[in-house]
Design a protein. Sequence first.
Length: 450
Amino acid sequence: MTTTRIEFSAVGDPDDPTTLIHIEAPGRVLPNEMPRYLNLASHRDVLEPFLEGQAGGDDFVAILGDTLWDCLDGHPNAKDGFSPSLQEGVADRKVTISFRHNPQDVKSLPWEALRVNGDFLTFDKRVPVVREIDSHWPGASPELARNEKLRFLAVIGAEGDTGEGEWNALNRALKSVAGDLDLEVLLISSNYALLEKARAIQEFSIATETIPVNRGDLVHAIERFMPHVAHFFCHGHAEGFLKIEPAGNEYAQVPEIVTLDEVDLEQALLQTACLTVFNACSLAQDGGDETQQSGSLSLCEDLVQKGLPIVVGMRAPVDTGVARRFALNFHRNALQIFRKLLDDGGGHVDLSRGFGDACRAILSGGEQGAERRELSWTLPILHQKSELPSLTRRAVGDASTDLASKMARVQKQAELDTLMAVLEDPPDEYLLLLPAIRAQVGKLQTELQA
């Protein structure tokens, strides 16, 4: 259960909004239920340099974390609202943050670095900070048949990087549960040597494909695999798209970079993916004035709004070493949680504790002083739907039947997406067909919601 919940809400003039803050501790009665104004103005000397990319100095992370706490401390519920999260021995401690009406300046702040009474919540207290996103769209809550394997997708195609270090990290995480969790892995990469090396793996079932030069072919390859977990290692852009190197560059063929945007990822992942990880720069970062997203801060948030249950991305450009340490530890933690849920027959997927520990592991082996200086452990951001997804194992059933059912659902969703696109801008030759198209759209929506 969430032990502390913070909600920010933008009100007033959309061009110059005011932010309200509400703090609560579910299950506890707190004295002040009304939201209060969030005072950022008195902390501009610390916050503005960070927002403008000028952060630095030996103690800057600590100063920033203290400043974020000072911003919250003006709320009369702050002390009582955080008391459960700060109490040692309380199970499942975490802090969730939600945003309403797009308070962009507030979203851009690194709340994951929150520091209370001299301790970073995530780093020192092992209290993860995660972001809850409102979504009215159904997302995947996989129900695996008795003999069905957990499907893990890895797309590795960062231009200028062989991907070997990233795959080694993922391979270690996968092997950590291979004896206890049945896995089916699909590796899609632009590196032929890496694919050949992966095909020799014996510990789990693995298939390999090269990254195609056509984005539609890549989307369909992912869609056919129907992953429960999807991991992307590539370059990211804050405007909301992935840049993936197709196969062929290493032989000087120089095909164009493949880009995937929100629509592509929604089509590829929405029906089956319980967890999506973008180990890429800036996909949890504001795209600025040029962003094509409507009313959201980042690609990660937008995908959760559209129904993907849990999406992890990076708030800023990230070093490959940081990315690999995070990937290894986060997936190792997540796969252990999936294993336990499936062994127990199912339950809600709460990855917050494992996420927080993976963030801490980014600085493993570093000096104590570096832990206080570097923002690297605050770069990953976990976005999740307000209602956590479930992962269940059916006591009876046939995996082949279950897969056929899921494929039929994918095909229905594809048909619905096509018809919705026609309704948005119908060609003249389709005008007489619009009543029939609307009727089919209604039928498909009803079937998909069942």
